[in-house]
Design a binder for this molecule. Structure first.
Ligand SMILES: NC(=O)C1=CN([C@@H]2O[C@H](COP(=O)(O)OP(=O)(O)OC[C@H]3O[C@@H](n4cnc5c(N)ncnc54)[C@H](O)[C@@H]3O)[C@@H](O)[C@H]2O)C=CC1
Ligand SMILES: O=c1[nH]c(=O)c2[nH+]cn([C@@H]3O[C@H](COP(=O)(O)O)[C@@H](O)[C@H]3O)c2[nH]1
Ligand SMILES: [K+]
Length: 526
């Protein structure tokens, strides 16, 4: 389980400790969610406030998405083709969370998205894209197109640990008409370099002084062994809360796969690309397919964390934990685009599902992701309060600048001007299945061509850039925890399990009262 993040010494409750929870008002989570007969959704209940003895900025949102992968904010983006590709995953990690790249694509395409994330921000780039003097301007432009960066070291062999001959940047190639021109004719050969053994700080100082974009690192034989990028210095400055892997300080990135034979090859490729965690993506995770896959991954890729699911019951969770799951994804049919409960008659109200699964998972030290059904900041806080260590979102993040797809314009509801929308669809919708996941839905034998859709295609309104939206979510969640008198996600779990976090069911009238009401018109801005 996540280790407790202790409150700094100076921030002790100002009321005596034994009076902090003297009057046990409301109900405990146990009281609420242990009833087998009734399942609750997030909107059915609310938490009671606690004692505030710290500022919202003192709240830590550090958490774990799986046993060995730590986040700085409890946000995970869904592996959906209208939600998570590289741009989304990069920004999720820059703001402390993690994106899970979808697999409704070819292995090559998925790897390319992961590559973009893992190469985005490096200290020392130890595996930069390199070319040889005999490669052409077209080759350099292809790298720019694929990876979105330019500043390519040119070595005599075209690879690492080979004599550094020059560097090619956008400026060297932008006006070259003949793209077959060899790079030796256009590359810059007067280079500022640093020797192997230079510290990152020294490298940054050299870059700042020389006003260069890239600093190649060479060994005593003049061979290229690494690269430091100026943009990384700026990124480090702008995103102090980014979530990175411990070893190489690269942005965290997750990827989803299925449970078919061919997904094993897919995972081999993704693991090579450096994913930090793999998500076994299924609506019903307690299957022989997933158990087989889990066991295989634990042997073939023992260092890789595996998030299994989806599950909503303790039995399902127990089977996956026994097979080695390092994290569990909870939610069946609660998503905004989900029709699973209608079509399959299977699923569970999300608040109860999160509480029940997280309770068991915590006993085994397995973090839980509350997946789906989040349509407000309050739902994020409720998912965490019930024992989830992070929250996975689809519709909340679709419609941002960083989600895949183009904006379309439609007249605003009420006919006042136009509003921008982006497409958002379930991975079990007919459109998504047609686009790539069809193979997962073909029933065996005679029914081979019958697809049973479990999702719909829709659209969501423009939410602007994650650069504004994620800091807003982070701040709002911190304020929520502050109101409950807890300084961290881990402390909220402790309070909840010790019956010190108090809950109350909201009747339909209470829900109406808790929403906006009695106004002639209103507008919500944030
Ligand atoms: N969280 C939720 O409530 C839901 C999520 N979804 C999303 O839709 C997408 C597809 O979900 P699923 O349909 O559950 O995908 P899935 O790939 O787990 O299952 C599709 C079908 O393939 C079968 N299958 C899987 N592995 C197999 C193997 N190795 N050999 C033979 N058959 C095998 C399954 O039993 C199932 O009938 C995912 O992205 C999922 O997250 C869909 C419905 C609900
Ligand atoms: O029943 C379903 N049919 C689908 O086609 C589908 N596609 C995604 N998902 C799941 O929904 C989650 C995102 O939900 P939200 O938009 O509510 O965040 C995701 O994270 C998934 O768990 C689906 N569920
Ligand atoms: K639903």
């Amino acid at each position: 389980m996540n280790s407790t993040i202790p409150a700094p010494k100076k921030l002790q409750p100002v009321v005596p400790a034994d009076e902090l929870f003297k009057y046990q008002d409301g109900a405990s989570a146990k009281d609420l969610f242990n009833s087998g007969a009734t399942g609750y959704a997030y909107n059915d209940f609310v938490m009671l406030p606690g004692h505030i003895y710290f500022g919202a900025d003192d709240v830590s949102l550090e958490t774990k998405v799986s046993r060995n992968v730590t986040l700085r904010a409890p946000f995970v983006s869904s592996p959906m083709d209208t939600v998570t590709e590289s741009d989304m995953a990069i920004h999720m990690a820059l703001f402390g969370g993690i994106g899970v790249v979808h697999y409704n694509n070819t292995v090559r395409e998925q790897k390319r998205e992961v590559d973009r994330v893992k190469r985005y921000e490096n200290g020392f780039i130890t595996d930069p894209k390199t070319l040889s003097p005999r490669d052409t301007v077209a080759d350099a432009l292809e790298i720019k197109k694929r990876y979105g960066f330019m500043g390519i070291p040119i070595t005599s062999s075209g690879g690492m640990e080979s004599k550094l001959c020059g560097i090619v940047t956008t400026r060297d190639v932008e006006f070259v008409k003949d793209v077959t021109t060899p790079l030796q004719d256009v590359m810059t050969t007067e280079l500022v370099t640093a020797n192997q053994g230079t510290t990152l700080e020294q490298a940054y100082n050299i870059i700042k002084k020389a006003k260069k974009g890239k600093l190649p690192i060479i060994n005593e034989r003049g061979e290229l062994v690494g690269l430091v990028a100026r943009t990384d210095i700026l990124k480090n400055r702008d995103y102090p809360n980014s979530a990175k892997d411990a070893k190489r300080k690269r942005l965290l990135c997750g990827a989803a796969i299925g449970t078919r034979k061919e997904d094993r090859d897919r995972l081999d490729t993704l693991a090579e690309a450096g994913i930090d965690v793999v998500v076994l993506d299924s609506s019903q995770g307690d299957s022989m397919f997933q158990l087989d896959m889990l066991r295989w991954i634990k042997t073939a890729h023992p260092g890789l964390d595996v998030i299994a699911g989806n599950v909503v019951t303790q039995n399902q969770a127990a089977h996956l934990i026994a097979a080695g799951a390092d994290g569990l994804r909870v939610g069946m049919g609660c998503g905004s685009i989900c029709t699973t409960q209608e079509v399959m008659a299977c699923g569970r109200p999300q608040a109860t599902a999160v509480y029940r699964v997280a309770k068991l998972a915590a006993e085994h030290g397995v973090p839980v992701i509350a997946d789906g059904g989040v349509s407000s900041v309050g739902h994020i806080i409720k998912g965490l309060a019930l024992g989830a260590s992070s929250v996975m979102m689809g519709s909340m993040l679709a419609g941002t600048q960083e989600s895949p797809g183009e904006y379309v314009y439609r007249s605003a509801p009420g006919g006042d001007g136009t509003v921008r929308y982006k497409k958002y669809r379930g991975m079990g919708s007919v459109a998504a299945m047609k686009a790539g996941s069809a193979v997962r839905y073909f029933a065996e034998g005679e029914n081979e061509r019958i697809r049973v859709a479990q999702g719909v295609t829709g659209s969501v309104a423009d939410k602007g850039s994650l650069k504004r939206y994620l800091p807003y979510l982070t701040t709002a969640v911190k304020h929520g925890l502050q109101d409950m008198g807890v300084m961290s996600v881990a402390q909220m779990h402790e309070y909840m399990r010790a019956d010190n976090l108090r809950f109350q069911v909201r009747t339909p009238a209470a829900q109406a009262e808790g929403g906006v009401h009695s106004l002639a018109s209103w507008d919500r801005e944030h």
